[in-house]
Design a protein around this ligand. Structure first.
Ligand SMILES: [Zn+2]
Length: 142
């Protein structure tokens, strides 16, 4: 005799989810093995019991009581509805600000040296440019 069928195969057999060759193999084993047949019978009983629970409609009295409770539920005044949301938003903003302040700052950026930039300007800034003649267009060079 081969190994017993595991629960996955038995469950698939019960639900008719096995391929044809697997089904034939499982069926042969079940014909010869009383232990697996007993396990399959237990699985079948559990499945039928669960289906009976799932299909049972709730008692009408329970539905009526629940409807009554939901209809009688006092409505909260306006401020009691928006207060928790407002507090949550304020707490989120405060937490974001605290986390933002706790993060390390960016390195200090030094302002650019204006004298260096003046050398690159379009007009020569007097004595700052070492070769101001290079900045002028020579028109009468002949
Ligand atoms: Zn078996």
């Amino acid at each position: 005799m081969t190994e017993h069928l595991d629960m996955t195969v038995l469950s698939a057999f019960l639900d008719n989810e096995l391929e044809s060759d697997e089904y034939v193999r499982a069926k042969r084993h079940l014909d010869d093995c009383p232990s697996c047949r007993a396990t399959l019978a237990e699985l079948r009983a559990i499945s039928q019991g669960l289906q009976a629970i799932a299909c049972a409609p709730p008692p009408a009295e329970l539905r009526e009581r629940l409807d009554w409770l939901f209809d009688r539920q006092p409505t909260a005044p306006g401020w009691r509805r928006w207060l928790p949301r407002s507090l949550s938003a304020a707490a989120s903003i405060t937490l974001g600000l605290l986390i933002g302040n706790a993060l390390p700052g960016q390195p200090e950026v030094k302002p650019a040296d204006h004298n260096l930039l003046a050398v690159l300007g379009s007009s020569p800034p007097g004595a700052l440019c070492a070769h101001p003649e290079l900045c002028y267009l020579k028109v009468n060079s002949q």
